[in-house]
Design a protein around this ligand. Sequence first.
Ligand SMILES: *Cc1c(COP(=O)(O)O)cnc(C)c1O
Length: 428
Amino acid sequence: MREESKRFLQTRYGASEAAIACVEAAERDVRPRFAAIEDVAFHNEAKVLRALQDEPIALRHFAPTTGYGYDDAGRDALDRVFARALGAEDALVRPQFASGTHALALALTGVLMPGDELLVASGKPYDTLEETIGLTGDAWGSLKQCGVTYRQAELNEDGSLDIGAILSQLGERTKVVYWQRSRGYAWRNALDVASIGSAIEAVRAVKPDIVAIVDNCYGEFTELLEPCDVGADLIAGSLIKNPGGGIAPTGAYVAGRSLWIERVANRLTAPGIGREVGSYAASYAPFFQGLFLAPQTTAASLKGAVLAARVFEMLGLDTLPPSEAPRSDIIQAIRFDDRERLIRFCQSIQRAAPVDSHVTPEPWDMPGYQDPVIMAAGAFIQGASIELSADAPVRAPYIAYMQGGLCYDHVKLALILALSDMGEGRAF
Ligand SMILES: *Cc1c(COP(=O)(O)O)cnc(C)c1O
């Protein structure tokens, strides 16, 4: 960093010399890791560009539509481009998916019928899915209420898939086996795509007709392959995470085999209507442009996460993954072991935001989550976690889940500010 920049950070942000020195030292350590991240981004950029060109996308695909949206060329082209980019037969990419949870819920209800059983193969699923499945609460219309039973195979101690446990839970009525790729809000590693592929293969060897569904949230473009490349039947994710590139204003996607995509489309609108309707009165351009930028945005987030891991390792905290480890999601977990330190870290991330930097986040009871959650999210798009953000369920051992960053420099800056803020107190 130039001397001018250090002076600027000190005078205009109140950054401490120690914080700047720490982040610079961490950056020197992790620079060699960045090359591997850039190689993955290059490969994925090539995939996405090819997908856009194979359509081929033209300006007319950006045009807004109204009403029923019959013959909406932009909507249909977006489906096909996403399918190609994600190695899937087909996809539904819609601003009408309100969130990742909505897309995942429709993927599940598109396949599961009363009397079927769902087997989650990766331990406790993401918090928002608990009510959808019916594990907690008594939400009307949960899978449980609809007569779908549930089983769960725990992960091994080291966070890897326990194939023996998965196979032993397969039953007569098991229709869907479900994997969550990302760590979500859990202190475990993300599942890499190859491991998900081997597990799908092992399950198919015993029960060839199971439907393999993968929660792909936060995983897109972190590796060379996606779950559909290794046998997943359906995947789903949010467009305000990786595949929206920080540009898509809302929405989510489901991708996979055509047969199942048609059924999910029937859930999305109405049985018999499916994907034939659905208009969007704003431009589709941000969805295409977001996908185009997504490999780069994901890479920026990954580099920021690696830097954060190194910074906190240097300060003696536990991080998951550690700075050296390979990654299959963009989340960086940092274990603070202290409620106040956790809250102050999240508040510092907010202070470093381009939007709402003047507000101070506090823990609150967020719909769908079991504990109070503190969220630092000064994003251009509300709640977008491909933008730099930090979330934490406020429960011991007080782990912050930091993710996103539209550009690496922002993450680096935020870490300098966070260390400066925290260095003033007892934390470090
Ligand atoms: C974000 C996320 C979801 C869906 O969350 P939404 O907030 O509804 O988009 C599901 N699973 C995982 C692992 C996630 O990270």
